[in-house]
Design a protein around this ligand. Structure first.
Ligand code: OXD
Length: 308
């Protein structure tokens, strides 16, 4: 059996997979040129950032393990007879820590304190506690559920929104995507952990933003398609939401001319809340390979219709 790992850093993947499949031929490639000689005979592809068109040139391909959580770049390009799996669970801890690092920093005034230090100003900054505030988590998969769990640990009331009521049991109140407006209007911190699908396209638009609470914070660690960026820019200028932390954008890298860079109430990170790197993904990938080899059900099989 031949396996190809296509990623920026392949060594750790190759080692972890070789342990599970000692007899397999496993190749690593960081570019298309490096991958080229292996396309024809590869049965299993572990990939992050591979040009999707390449799949059509892999006649023996049976399974693609995408080395990330969101498969929007590849799902439409993967032939139906090829199993597509995504990473589930590996990013929950780091992404929810990212969310709460910002929620705490923004609520407690950490960025302001840092600025005062730069100016040698001794002034007390006293921000509100998260305890008692209401957290809204849109997307209740493994990452959203962990955000919800941490929210509870901080004493927040937790509202959740998802496509079905799956995951709703971890929330004090559950909403469907059609109820986005009421959901967003009722929370102090709105955290988006949504996949990119036609259903989530522009789900946070001018109307939703206009209804957000005074002082509210919007965080997006899912996909940039969920927010109509033009509407968000106008909304942040008006101060509602009061602040936004954006890790994902309509276009990435965020174009240099985007007004988001310079809005004082917008906090930008470069799509790094849950980095697809071997440290986080290797164990998951190796376990799924073990399952594949033993004919056991794999984890993270993508439902083509849902798109994730
Ligand atoms: C992912 C991502 O989908 O990093 O894993 O965005």
């Amino acid at each position: 059996m031949q396996i190809l790992v296509y990623a920026q850093e392949t060594q750790s993947y190759v080692e972890a997979l070789q342990e599970v499949a000692p007899h397999a031929k496993i190749f690593g490639a960081a570019t298309l040129t490096e991958a080229e000689p292996h396309l024809e005979d590869t049965e299993v592809l572990f990939a992050w950032g591979v040009p999707p068109a390449v799949l059509a040139r892999m006649p023996r391909l049976r399974w693609v393990q995408w080395l990330g959580a969101g498969v929007d770049l590849i799902v439409g390009q993967t032939p139906d007879d090829i199993t597509l799996t995504r990473v589930v669970g590996a990013f929950s801890t780091v992404m929810s820590e990212h969310v709460f690092a910002y929620l705490l920093a923004l609520r407690r005034g950490i960025f302001e304190m840092r600025q005062l230090q730069r100016e040698h100003v001794w002034r007390r900054v006293i921000g509100p506690s998260l305890r008692g505030q209401r957290l809204g988590v849109a997307g209740l998969g493994s990452i959203g559920s962990e955000v919800a769990r941490l929210g509870r640990a901080f004493g927040m009331e937790v509202w959740g929104l998802s496509r079905t009521d799956r995951g709703g049991e971890i929330c004090d109140r559950h909403f469907l995507p059609t109820e986005m407006r009421d959901f967003a209007a009722g929370v102090d911190a709105l955290v988006l952990v949504l996949p990119a699908t036609p259903e989530t396209d522009g789900i946070v638009d001018a109307e939703v933003l206009a209804g957000m609470r005074e002082g509210s914070i919007l965080v997006n660690v899912g996909r940039g398609n969920a927010i109509v960026e033009r509407d968000l820019i106008a909304a942040l200028r008006r101060g509602r939401p009061a602040m936004a932390q954006l890790d994902v954008f309509e276009r990435e890298p965020l174009p240099e001319e985007s007004p988001l860079w310079d809005l004082p109430n917008c906090y930008i990170s470069a799509h790094c809340s849950g980095p697809s790197e071997p440290r986080l993904v290797c164990t998951f990938a190796a376990e799924n390979l073990r399952r594949y080899l033993q004919g056991e059900p794999m984890v993270g099989i993508v439902d083509r219709e849902r798109g994730y």
